[in-house]
Design a protein around this ligand. Structure first.
Ligand code: PMP
Length: 344
């Protein structure tokens, strides 16, 4: 008798069910137990696979998307990659309107995944008809039967995490999670995951990580958008200069800010000490944990779950490049020496 073939029907069946991995060396001097939800195990290498698939499947159920329809979004990042991947399998056209600030590497990557990419000028205001927001909106209007994912304002974003990330963490921790720490960009990850977890146990503390230069923390504290908080920063995918409709601020207990430099170093430290090759915002989450530990947030019985959103390979020319780190002023001589190649 032949053994059965155990294969997935297509790559999308691998979205979700990412592993929870205990953090060892990097957490050695911290109080409590630390676990990372490693979202790079998604086939598109980030948590955005979950929202792309969920939003597309909901549109299919509603009869909006049928074979040959078009999916539109404004992103050069992880979400764009995930939508492009799902579009290939499901037979949709994928149009991504991106800013001319996006690196050629990223644009090539999206085109390699079959997406049609419109590169729009970066230095025009959001309401300028040439901006990537306006181009996406126009294309959506002009293309019959298209959907515009609009991840910052789409409630299905948090719903994807409510239905998948939250239950997975609850099950993987046997209900013993005490703290959830995650980055807030659109806010979908932290809001949806936290809502599910707090429904199981309202005592779970939910801490969102924000960037210096972003308005989220101040908005959470005051209910007001303070434009003085806005200035450029390097971390991509974390923080925002507007208030995203996809964030449920009421479910988040606290926001904490992290710097570009410390987050970059901490991402490199995770890769070096845990062997988990992570992106910039995973460094931000871990950096936030270190700061929270110094503030005595945790005790010996704390079971802290950190969400590591994506894979390090997307940051080779950034945080994993010594040259880039040096150009940003992030490297001191000590760390340069430590990473120098040995000449034989
Ligand atoms: N990290 C990275 C690398 C991201 O691309 C994003 C999404 N913008 C986030 C973190 C934040 O996730 P969310 O949008 O669900 O808040």
């Amino acid at each position: 008798m032949k053994n059965e073939i155990r294969a997935y029907n297509n790559i999308l069946e691998l979205v979700g069910n990412t592993p929870l991995v205990k953090l060892n060396k990097i957490a050695e001097n911290l109080t409590g137990n630390y676990y990372a939800k490693v979202e790079a195990f998604n086939p598109g290498h980030s948590s955005k696979d979950r929202i792309a698939l969920h939003i597309i499947e909901q549109a299919e159920k509603a009869g909006i998307l049928t074979e040959g329809s078009t999916i539109i979004e404004t992103t050069s990042g992880n979400t764009g990659f995930s939508i492009a991947m799902a579009s290939i399998i499901k037979g949709y056209d994928c149009i991504l309107a991106v800013s001319s600030k996006s690196s050629p590497d990223k644009i090539d990557m999206l085109r390699s995944m079959g997406a049609k990419v419109y590169v729009c000028p970066a230095h025009v205001s959001a309401d300028d008809p040439r901006s990537y927001y306006e181009v996406a909106k126009r294309l959506h209007k002009e293309t019959k039967g298209s959907i515009y994912i609009n991840q910052y304002f789409n409630k299905l974003n948090m719903d994807a995490h409510y239905k998948s990330t939250g239950p997975e963490i609850w099950e993987q921790t046997g209900g013993q999670i005490t703290h959830l720490i995650a980055c807030s960009g659109t806010g979908g990850t932290i809001s949806g995951t936290a809502r599910f977890l707090k429904e199981q146990n309202p005592n779970i503390k939910v801490i969102a990580v924000d960037a210096f230069g972003s308005v989220l923390k101040k908005y959470h504290e005051t209910g007001k958008l303070d434009t003085n908080e806005i200035y450029p920063y390097r971390i991509e995918g974390l923080g925002k200069n507007l208030i995203p409709g996809a964030t449920d601020f009421s479910i988040i207990d606290e926001f904490i800010k992290v710097t570009d430099a410390e987050s970059a170093h901490t991402a490199r430290e995770i890769s070096r000490t845990e062997g988990i090759f992570v992106g910039y915002t995973s460094g931000a989450v871990m950096q936030a944990i270190k700061q929270l530990d110094e503030l005595n947030t945790f005790n010996m019985n704390s079971n802290v779950v950190a969400i590591f959103p994506d894979h390090g390979s997307r940051y080779m020319s950034k945080i994993y490049s010594d040259q880039w780190m040096e150009d940003q002023g992030f490297l001191n001589t000590e760390t340069v020496e430590e990473t120098q190649e040995v000449q034989y």
